[in-house]
Write a protein that binds this ligand. Structure first.
Ligand SMILES: NC(=O)C1=CN([C@@H]2O[C@H](COP(=O)(O)OP(=O)(O)OC[C@H]3O[C@@H](n4cnc5c(N)ncnc54)[C@H](OP(=O)(O)O)[C@@H]3O)[C@@H](O)[C@H]2O)C=CC1
Ligand SMILES: CC(C)(CO)C(=O)C(=O)O
Length: 315
C-alpha cells in the first residue's frame, strides 16, 4: 500500500519504520527538522529488547504535493495539531482515501471531517509506548503495539480491512471495531483519569493505584468521563469503569501517561485535548465533572501549550 504518515514523532516514526520494513510504500510528511535525518539515514529504531536498526522509508517530504495521493493516510501529530496538519494534507487524498487518526482524545475524526469533508475520516487509536530520541531516531519502550480502527458508522469496509492487514503485516496488532467511537471513549476514560491524577500527584501508576485516596480519585474521574461519553452518545455500560480500572491495574507499576510525562517535563502537552476536552464536552451536555475540572485547572499552570499557562494569580 502507498501509505502517507503525517508526523515523524514517537508514533509516526515507529509506524513508518514498521510499515516500511513490511514492504509498504511509506511516505512521511514532516516538519523541516525531520527531513534531512530521515532522508539521509532512514529511521533508526531502537527497542527496549535491544534491537537497533536503520530502516529506509520510500519518501520523506515537507510538501504534501510532492508525495501525492496515497491509498491511506495516518495522522501521527499531537491532538492539538490535527486541524493545522489537515490544512496541508489535501494533496495526499484521493476521493476515497481513508485518514486514520492515532491521537489520544475523542476529537480528531471530527476535525479531519471539518477540514477534508465527509468520507475520509475513520476512527482510530493506538496502544504503544514510544518516543522520539531525536529527529529520525525513535525508541520503542516495549509491549506489543496495537491499533483499533473502524468506520465511524460502524460499517465493515474494504479500506479498513486493507489498512488493518497492512498494520498486521508490520507486526502491529490491528483490530477492526464496529463501534470505534465507544472504544475511543474507553481509552479516553483511562488516560484522562490516571494521567491527570498522576500528573497532579507526580506519581506513577503503581503509586496512585496503591494509595486508597488516589485510587478512588482515579476511579471517580473515570466515572465522570464515562458519564460525559454516555451523554455524548458512546455506548458505555456500568461495567466499563470496572474494566478500565482493570487496565489501570494491569500497567507495570512504573508506568506514567504521555500527557503526565509531557507536563512534568515542561513540554507542550495534550491537557487541552484530554481533561480540557472532558470539561468542554461535559458543559455541552450539562454533566458535572468536578474532578476533571480540578485536574484541568490545576494542571493548566504547567501546560506550555495553553494560553493561560504561567499567567499567575489575577489581582
Ligand atoms: N508516543 C506514545 O507512546 C503514544 C502516543 N499516542 C498519541 O499519539 C499522538 C502522537 O504522539 P507522539 O508521536 O508521541 O507525539 P510527538 O510529539 O512525538 O510527535 C508528533 C509529531 O508531529 C509533528 N508535526 C506537528 N505538526 C506537523 C505538521 N504540520 N506536519 C508534519 N508533522 C507535524 C511534530 O513535529 P515537530 O517534531 O517538529 O514538533 C512531531 O514530530 C498523540 O496524540 C499521543 O497522545 C498514543 C499512544 C501512545
Ligand atoms: C495508555 C498509553 C500508554 C497507551 O499507548 C497512552 O496512550 C499514553 O500514555 O498516552
Amino acid at each position: 500500500m502507498k501509505i502517507g504518515i503525517i508526523g515523524a514523532g514517537g508514533v509516526g516514526a515507529y509506524f513508518a519504520a514498521a510499515l516500511s520494513q513490511a514492504g509498504h510504500d511509506v511516505h512521511l510528511l514532516v516538519t523541516p527538522r525531520h527531513l534531512e535525518p530521515i532522508r539521509d539515514n532512514g529511521i533508526r529504531l531502537t527497542t527496549g529488547d535491544g534491537r537497533d536498526e536503520r530502516i529506509p522509508v520510500a519518501g520523506v517530504n515537507t510538501d504534501a504535493a510532492v508525495i501525492g495521493q496515497c491509498d491511506a493516510v495516518i495522522i501521527a501529530c499531537k491532538a492539538g495539531s490535527v486541524a493545522e496538519v489537515m490544512s496541508t494534507a489535501f494533496p495526499l487524498l484521493g476521493s476515497d482515501t481513508p485518514v486514520l487518526p492515532l491521537q489520544n482524545g475523542v476529537t480528531a475524526a471530527s476535525q479531519i471531517t471539518a477540514a477534508a469533508g465527509p468520507g475520509h475520516a475513520i476512527g482510530g487509536l493506538c496502544m504503544i509506548i514510544s518516543y522520539l530520541a531525536e529527529p529520525g531516531h525513535v525508541h520503542h519502550v516495549g509491549g506489543q503495539p496495537a491499533v483499533t480502527l473502524g468506520e465511524l458508522d460502524g460499517s465493515p469496509s474494504a479500506r479498513t480491512r486493507e489498512l488493518a492487514d497492512a498494520l498486521t503485516s508490520a507486526g502491529i496488532a490491528a483490530r477492526i471495531s464496529r463501534d470505534i467511537t465507544t472504544d475511543l471513549w474507553r481509552k479516553f476514560m483511562l488516560i484522562t483519569a490516571y494521567g491527570g491524577i498522576g500528573a497532579l500527584c507526580r506519581r506513577n501508576v503503581g503509586e496512585t493505584r496503591s494509595h486508597p485516596h488516589t485510587r478512588a480519585l482515579v476511579e471517580d474521574a473515570m466515572r465522570e468521563v464515562a458519564d460525559v461519553g454516555t451523554a455524548a452518545g458512546a455506548n458505555l455500560t456500568s461495567d466499563d469503569v470496572d474494566i478500565t480500572m482493570g487496565h489501570y491495574d494491569a500497567f507495570t507499576p512504573d508506568s506514567t501517561a504521555s500527557m503526565q510525562r509531557d507536563l512534568i517535563a515542561g513540554r507542550p502537552s495534550e491537557l487541552e485535548e484530554q481533561n480540557g476536552a472532558v470539561v468542554r464536552i461535559a458543559a455541552v451536555h450539562g454533566v458535572a465533572v468536578p474532578i476533571n475540572s480540578t485536574i484541568y485547572r490545576a494542571l493548566s499552570i504547567l501546560d506550555t501549550t495553553s494560553s493561560t499557562a504561567g499567567a499567575g494569580p489575577s489581582s
